[in-house]
Ligand binder design. Structure first.
Ligand code: PEP
Length: 257
Protein backbone atom coordinates (compact mmCIF):
# COMPACT_ATOMS: atom_id res chain seq x y z
CA UNK A 1 0.00 0.00 0.00
CA UNK A 2 1.18 3.56 -0.65
CA UNK A 3 1.08 6.31 1.95
CA UNK A 4 -2.21 7.40 0.30
CA UNK A 5 -3.66 3.99 1.24
CA UNK A 6 -3.86 2.81 -2.38
CA UNK A 7 -2.26 -0.36 -3.59
CA UNK A 8 1.31 -0.15 -4.84
CA UNK A 9 1.44 -0.94 -8.56
CA UNK A 10 4.08 -3.52 -9.48
CA UNK A 11 6.40 -2.68 -12.38
CA UNK A 12 8.02 -5.75 -13.94
CA UNK A 13 10.29 -5.43 -16.96
CA UNK A 14 10.85 -8.25 -19.46
CA UNK A 15 14.01 -7.39 -21.39
CA UNK A 16 13.58 -10.31 -23.81
CA UNK A 17 16.83 -10.90 -25.79
CA UNK A 18 18.19 -7.40 -25.13
CA UNK A 19 21.13 -6.00 -23.11
CA UNK A 20 24.58 -7.43 -22.43
CA UNK A 21 26.19 -7.89 -18.98
CA UNK A 22 27.69 -4.37 -18.96
CA UNK A 23 24.34 -2.78 -19.83
CA UNK A 24 22.65 -5.00 -17.24
CA UNK A 25 25.02 -3.85 -14.51
CA UNK A 26 24.63 -0.16 -15.36
CA UNK A 27 20.81 -0.26 -15.56
CA UNK A 28 20.36 -2.27 -12.37
CA UNK A 29 22.82 -0.28 -10.28
CA UNK A 30 21.02 2.90 -11.32
CA UNK A 31 17.66 1.29 -10.58
CA UNK A 32 18.77 0.51 -7.03
CA UNK A 33 19.56 4.22 -6.58
CA UNK A 34 16.34 5.45 -8.19
CA UNK A 35 13.76 2.99 -6.83
CA UNK A 36 12.17 4.53 -3.74
CA UNK A 37 13.16 2.78 -0.53
CA UNK A 38 10.24 0.78 0.79
CA UNK A 39 8.95 0.33 -2.77
CA UNK A 40 11.77 -1.69 -4.25
CA UNK A 41 9.79 -4.93 -3.92
CA UNK A 42 7.31 -3.45 -6.42
CA UNK A 43 9.95 -3.85 -9.15
CA UNK A 44 10.90 -7.10 -10.88
CA UNK A 45 13.41 -7.32 -13.72
CA UNK A 46 13.82 -10.19 -16.18
CA UNK A 47 17.18 -9.94 -17.98
CA UNK A 48 18.46 -12.55 -20.49
CA UNK A 49 19.64 -15.75 -18.77
CA UNK A 50 23.33 -15.05 -19.38
CA UNK A 51 23.02 -11.72 -17.56
CA UNK A 52 21.46 -13.18 -14.42
CA UNK A 53 24.75 -13.59 -12.55
CA UNK A 54 25.46 -9.90 -13.22
CA UNK A 55 21.95 -9.05 -12.01
CA UNK A 56 22.58 -10.97 -8.80
CA UNK A 57 25.65 -8.85 -8.07
CA UNK A 58 24.08 -5.53 -9.07
CA UNK A 59 20.93 -6.09 -7.00
CA UNK A 60 22.61 -7.60 -3.94
CA UNK A 61 21.14 -6.17 -0.74
CA UNK A 62 18.21 -4.52 -2.52
CA UNK A 63 14.55 -5.56 -2.38
CA UNK A 64 14.18 -5.49 -6.16
CA UNK A 65 12.82 -8.75 -7.60
CA UNK A 66 14.55 -10.39 -10.53
CA UNK A 67 14.72 -13.64 -12.42
CA UNK A 68 14.68 -15.60 -15.64
CA UNK A 69 12.38 -15.23 -18.63
CA UNK A 70 12.08 -19.00 -18.89
CA UNK A 71 13.22 -22.16 -17.09
CA UNK A 72 13.11 -25.88 -17.79
CA UNK A 73 10.85 -27.94 -15.54
CA UNK A 74 13.48 -30.59 -14.75
CA UNK A 75 16.27 -29.85 -12.28
CA UNK A 76 18.95 -31.39 -14.48
CA UNK A 77 19.43 -33.72 -17.40
CA UNK A 78 20.08 -33.96 -21.13
CA UNK A 79 18.36 -30.73 -22.18
CA UNK A 80 21.03 -28.92 -24.16
CA UNK A 81 20.74 -25.14 -24.01
CA UNK A 82 18.17 -25.09 -21.21
CA UNK A 83 18.40 -23.65 -17.67
CA UNK A 84 16.74 -25.22 -14.65
CA UNK A 85 14.77 -23.41 -11.97
CA UNK A 86 17.27 -24.87 -9.51
CA UNK A 87 20.17 -23.07 -11.19
CA UNK A 88 18.22 -19.81 -11.46
CA UNK A 89 17.43 -20.06 -7.75
CA UNK A 90 21.08 -20.87 -7.06
CA UNK A 91 21.97 -17.45 -8.45
CA UNK A 92 19.57 -15.87 -5.97
CA UNK A 93 16.60 -15.08 -8.24
CA UNK A 94 13.20 -14.38 -6.76
CA UNK A 95 10.83 -14.69 -9.75
CA UNK A 96 10.59 -16.45 -13.15
CA UNK A 97 8.34 -15.77 -16.12
CA UNK A 98 6.35 -18.73 -17.46
CA UNK A 99 4.48 -19.04 -20.74
CA UNK A 100 5.23 -15.63 -22.24
CA UNK A 101 3.42 -15.41 -25.57
CA UNK A 102 6.74 -15.46 -27.44
CA UNK A 103 7.64 -18.71 -25.69
CA UNK A 104 4.26 -20.12 -26.65
CA UNK A 105 4.24 -18.97 -30.28
CA UNK A 106 7.96 -19.19 -31.20
CA UNK A 107 9.06 -22.12 -29.05
CA UNK A 108 5.90 -24.21 -28.89
CA UNK A 109 5.39 -23.96 -25.15
CA UNK A 110 2.09 -25.58 -24.10
CA UNK A 111 -0.15 -25.13 -21.08
CA UNK A 112 1.13 -28.51 -19.89
CA UNK A 113 4.73 -27.24 -20.04
CA UNK A 114 3.65 -24.13 -18.15
CA UNK A 115 2.06 -26.23 -15.40
CA UNK A 116 5.30 -28.16 -14.91
CA UNK A 117 7.37 -24.96 -14.90
CA UNK A 118 5.09 -23.27 -12.35
CA UNK A 119 5.55 -26.27 -10.06
CA UNK A 120 9.34 -26.37 -10.59
CA UNK A 121 9.71 -22.64 -9.87
CA UNK A 122 7.56 -22.81 -6.74
CA UNK A 123 9.42 -25.86 -5.50
CA UNK A 124 12.59 -23.75 -5.59
CA UNK A 125 10.93 -21.05 -3.50
CA UNK A 126 10.63 -18.56 -6.36
CA UNK A 127 7.52 -16.80 -7.62
CA UNK A 128 6.25 -17.92 -11.03
CA UNK A 129 4.71 -15.18 -13.19
CA UNK A 130 2.32 -17.09 -15.44
CA UNK A 131 1.65 -15.13 -18.63
CA UNK A 132 -1.53 -15.64 -20.59
CA UNK A 133 -3.60 -13.84 -23.19
CA UNK A 134 -5.62 -14.17 -26.37
CA UNK A 135 -4.65 -13.51 -29.99
CA UNK A 136 -6.40 -10.86 -32.08
CA UNK A 137 -8.27 -13.55 -33.98
CA UNK A 138 -9.49 -15.10 -30.73
CA UNK A 139 -10.61 -11.71 -29.40
CA UNK A 140 -12.44 -10.85 -32.59
CA UNK A 141 -14.26 -14.16 -32.60
CA UNK A 142 -15.38 -13.66 -28.99
CA UNK A 143 -13.18 -16.40 -27.52
CA UNK A 144 -11.11 -14.27 -25.13
CA UNK A 145 -12.56 -15.58 -21.88
CA UNK A 146 -12.54 -19.19 -23.02
CA UNK A 147 -8.89 -18.95 -24.09
CA UNK A 148 -7.56 -17.24 -20.98
CA UNK A 149 -9.54 -19.50 -18.65
CA UNK A 150 -8.12 -22.60 -20.35
CA UNK A 151 -4.59 -21.18 -20.06
CA UNK A 152 -5.24 -20.40 -16.39
CA UNK A 153 -6.76 -23.76 -15.43
CA UNK A 154 -4.23 -25.86 -17.32
CA UNK A 155 -1.24 -23.68 -16.47
CA UNK A 156 -2.06 -23.91 -12.77
CA UNK A 157 -2.82 -27.62 -12.76
CA UNK A 158 0.04 -28.40 -10.36
CA UNK A 159 0.24 -25.08 -8.53
CA UNK A 160 0.94 -25.01 -4.81
CA UNK A 161 -1.63 -22.54 -3.49
CA UNK A 162 0.28 -22.16 -0.24
CA UNK A 163 3.10 -20.49 -2.19
CA UNK A 164 3.26 -17.15 -3.97
CA UNK A 165 2.07 -16.76 -7.56
CA UNK A 166 1.68 -13.84 -9.97
CA UNK A 167 -0.27 -13.73 -13.21
CA UNK A 168 0.31 -11.49 -16.22
CA UNK A 169 -2.60 -10.91 -18.59
CA UNK A 170 -0.96 -10.05 -21.90
CA UNK A 171 -3.23 -9.90 -24.96
CA UNK A 172 -0.99 -11.09 -27.78
CA UNK A 173 -2.22 -8.32 -30.11
CA UNK A 174 -0.97 -5.69 -27.66
CA UNK A 175 2.56 -7.07 -27.12
CA UNK A 176 5.19 -4.99 -28.88
CA UNK A 177 2.60 -3.54 -31.25
CA UNK A 178 1.94 -0.14 -29.67
CA UNK A 179 -1.76 -1.16 -29.48
CA UNK A 180 -2.57 -1.07 -25.80
CA UNK A 181 -5.73 -2.68 -24.43
CA UNK A 182 -8.21 -0.10 -23.22
CA UNK A 183 -8.42 0.15 -19.44
CA UNK A 184 -11.86 -1.49 -19.67
CA UNK A 185 -10.60 -4.37 -21.80
CA UNK A 186 -7.73 -5.01 -19.39
CA UNK A 187 -9.94 -4.79 -16.33
CA UNK A 188 -12.65 -7.00 -17.83
CA UNK A 189 -10.25 -9.83 -18.74
CA UNK A 190 -8.48 -9.59 -15.40
CA UNK A 191 -11.82 -9.71 -13.57
CA UNK A 192 -12.58 -12.96 -15.41
CA UNK A 193 -9.26 -14.37 -14.22
CA UNK A 194 -9.84 -13.16 -10.65
CA UNK A 195 -13.30 -14.73 -10.56
CA UNK A 196 -11.83 -18.05 -11.63
CA UNK A 197 -9.07 -17.76 -9.02
CA UNK A 198 -11.77 -17.20 -6.39
CA UNK A 199 -13.48 -20.39 -7.56
CA UNK A 200 -10.18 -22.27 -7.47
CA UNK A 201 -8.73 -21.13 -4.16
CA UNK A 202 -11.22 -18.88 -2.35
CA UNK A 203 -11.62 -15.13 -2.13
CA UNK A 204 -8.89 -14.35 0.36
CA UNK A 205 -6.08 -16.15 -1.45
CA UNK A 206 -7.32 -15.02 -4.87
CA UNK A 207 -7.19 -11.40 -3.76
CA UNK A 208 -3.54 -11.81 -2.76
CA UNK A 209 -2.42 -12.95 -6.24
CA UNK A 210 -1.20 -9.93 -8.22
CA UNK A 211 -2.53 -9.82 -11.78
CA UNK A 212 -0.30 -7.68 -13.99
CA UNK A 213 -1.34 -6.23 -17.32
CA UNK A 214 1.17 -6.39 -20.20
CA UNK A 215 1.00 -5.06 -23.74
CA UNK A 216 2.45 -1.73 -24.88
CA UNK A 217 2.44 -0.13 -21.43
CA UNK A 218 4.09 3.29 -21.68
CA UNK A 219 4.50 6.31 -19.37
CA UNK A 220 1.50 8.02 -21.00
CA UNK A 221 -1.00 5.17 -20.61
CA UNK A 222 0.17 3.77 -17.26
CA UNK A 223 -1.89 5.95 -14.97
CA UNK A 224 -5.26 5.17 -16.50
CA UNK A 225 -4.56 1.43 -16.66
CA UNK A 226 -3.30 1.45 -13.07
CA UNK A 227 -6.58 2.95 -11.88
CA UNK A 228 -8.46 -0.19 -12.87
CA UNK A 229 -9.41 -2.22 -9.80
CA UNK A 230 -8.16 -5.53 -11.21
CA UNK A 231 -4.81 -4.18 -12.44
CA UNK A 232 -2.19 -4.81 -9.76
CA UNK A 233 0.82 -3.99 -11.89
CA UNK A 234 2.45 -4.16 -15.29
CA UNK A 235 4.69 -6.50 -17.25
CA UNK A 236 6.58 -4.11 -19.50
CA UNK A 237 8.56 -5.03 -22.61
CA UNK A 238 9.88 -2.27 -24.87
CA UNK A 239 9.40 0.66 -22.46
CA UNK A 240 11.18 -1.24 -19.69
CA UNK A 241 14.44 -1.31 -21.64
CA UNK A 242 14.96 2.36 -20.86
CA UNK A 243 15.30 2.95 -17.14
CA UNK A 244 13.90 6.46 -17.41
CA UNK A 245 10.65 5.17 -18.94
CA UNK A 246 10.36 2.37 -16.36
CA UNK A 247 10.62 5.00 -13.62
CA UNK A 248 8.10 7.25 -15.38
CA UNK A 249 5.66 4.33 -15.59
CA UNK A 250 6.20 3.60 -11.89
CA UNK A 251 5.62 7.21 -10.83
CA UNK A 252 2.58 7.66 -13.11
CA UNK A 253 1.02 4.37 -12.00
CA UNK A 254 1.55 5.12 -8.33
CA UNK A 255 0.49 8.77 -8.52
CA UNK A 256 3.90 9.89 -7.37
CA UNK A 257 4.44 12.60 -10.00
C1 PEP B 1 6.06 -8.19 -23.08
O1 PEP B 1 7.03 -8.55 -23.72
O2 PEP B 1 5.68 -8.90 -22.15
C2 PEP B 1 5.41 -6.92 -23.41
C3 PEP B 1 4.31 -6.63 -22.79
O3 PEP B 1 6.00 -6.15 -24.36
P1 PEP B 1 5.61 -4.61 -24.75
O4 PEP B 1 5.49 -3.83 -23.46
O5 PEP B 1 6.74 -4.13 -25.60
O6 PEP B 1 4.31 -4.66 -25.47
Amino acid sequence: MTSMGQKEIICAANWKMNKNPQETEKYLKELVQLAPSGSQASFAIFPPALCLATAAQALKGSQIGWGAQNTHFENSGAFTGENSAEVVKGLGATHCLVGHSERRSLFGETNEDCAKKVAAIQSQGMIPVLCLGESLEQRESGETNQVILKQLREGLKSVDWSKALWLAYEPVWAIGTGKVATPDQANEAQAVLRKELVAMVGAEKAAAIPILYGGSVKPDNARELAQQPEVDGFLIGGAGLVLESLMKIYTAANNKS
